[in-house]
Write a protein that binds this ligand. Structure first.
Ligand code: NAD
Length: 353
């Protein structure tokens, strides 16, 4: 690993809605230089390069993989490209930060991990929600034993009208791999498993729906890629699942891009232990006391790692900290997401090996 290096040259691939955030976030680290950008849209690429002062802009990311001065590739591409571009970058000797979901199936996610091991380069999935002060504080309190023995979690991200633009790559299976399950269910699930400190599942029972998107309802405004009005909406817009972890603990997951909800966009996670419960958004501890139940609001802080995932990744490369999001955890998450689709298709519980 590049422990002895003091500075890292970064290339970001994709200058869409989150690619901009990748650039901005890396630029917060004094040891990170964003030196290049690859973007197929000349206009989006030029705009980002100008805004963030990036010296090199290319349309073909392969030109960047050939460059020996680039240490890190940050992937902000449509889901179907995560694994293939990630593997190419690892083979070219680059460290890889890839946005969620890790891949569009667990097999490809495992290949990414194998490439990272083979080429001895770091790989991290940008599960940015895990870095939020709220989640860090909740995890810290759970680590301290405030909940007692943790046995169950409920977790959700629910949007009323939040499909990332009907007709964009997000709503086409060939590019996205899946709908709200892969897009925002991944965050809700990763967060709950992280809080519980357990990622490996034994069995999953899930159901996905595609009710409003195909009717052109529930449209949102996320994303910068092109919209194809004729493209078929063939992904899920709502998903539910019961996940049984290997220890026997359980997680109830719900994700929706579009549903008739009271709020337009709301996420939360609740974790239940033998002594207390904890709830996010806002962060609260719920526990019994002699005078009845007490709900205590907790002020979020950052007790575990830097709140900025890209700053954290550079700190990992500098050898200062251990990775906060481990590839094996992201693979376990991917297996559960895949099992939700498989369970929905078969109408049966899916067991995970
Ligand atoms: N961590 C988060 O909270 C978060 C939030 C949003 C999106 N994401 C993830 O980030 C990824 C990108 O999402 P987005 O919202 O930025 O999408 P987007 O459509 O806004 O941007 C994708 C960009 O990739 C570009 N692109 C496509 N193929 C390319 C190629 N071969 N080479 C170079 N550029 C190419 C497109 O032109 C577009 O500008 C997705 O996987 C999404 O799931 C993560």
């Amino acid at each position: 690993m590049a422990k002895s290096k003091k500075n890292f040259n970064i290339a970001v691939i994709g200058a869409g809605a989150i690619g901009i955030d990748h650039i901005r976030s890396f630029q917060q680290h004094p040891a990170a230089n964003v030196v290049a950008l690859a973007e197929v849209s000349a206009q989006r690429g030029q705009e980002a390069a100008d805004t963030f002062g990036i010296p090199d802009l290319v349309t073909d990311y392969q030109d960047l993989l050939k460059r020996s001065d680039i240490d890190v590739i940050s992937i902000a591409l449509p889901n179907f490209l995560h694994a293939s571009v990630g593997i190419e970058a690892l083979r070219a000797g680059k460290h890889v930060m890839v946005d969620k979901p890790m891949a569009t199936n667990a097999k490809d996610a495992a290949k990414l991990i194998a490439a990272s091991k083979k080429h001895r380069r770091r790989l991290m999935v940008g599960q940015n929600m895990r870095f939020s002060p709220e989640v860090q504080t909740a995890r810290h309190l759970i680590n301290q034993g405030k909940l007692g023995d943790v046995y169950h979690a409920k977790t959700s991200w629910s949007r009323r009208s939040g499909i990332p633009r009907i007709g964009s790559w997000f709503t086409q299976k060939q590019f996205a791999g899946g709908g709200c399950t892969y897009d925002i269910g991944v965050h809700a699930l990763d967060r709950a498993l992280f809080l519980m400190g357990e990622f490996e599942a034994a069995a999953v029972s899930g159901q996905t729906y595609s009710q409003l998107g195909p009717l052109g309802r529930g449209n949102g405004d996320w994303g910068k890629g092109e919209v194809d009005k004729k493209a078929k909406f063939d992904v899920d817009d709502l998903a539910v699942a019961l996940i049984k972890l290997k220890s026997g603990r359980t997680v109830l997951l719900e994700a929706s891009w579009a549903a008739h909800l009271p709020e337009n966009d709301f996420f939360t996670s609740q974790v239940f232990g033998t002594d207390a419960g904890i709830m996010l958004n806002p962060l609260r501890l719920i526990r019994p006391s002699r005078i009845g139940y007490v709900t205590e609001e907790v002020t979020p802080s950052t007790p575990l790692v830097n709140e900025n995932r890209m700053v954290h990744f550079i700190d990992v490369l500098l050898g200062k900290v251990e990775p906060y999001v481990k590839p094996a955890e992201s693979l376990a998450v991917q297996k559960i997401l895949d099992a939700i689709y498989a369970s929905s298709a078969s109408g049966r519980e899916v067991r995970i090996k």
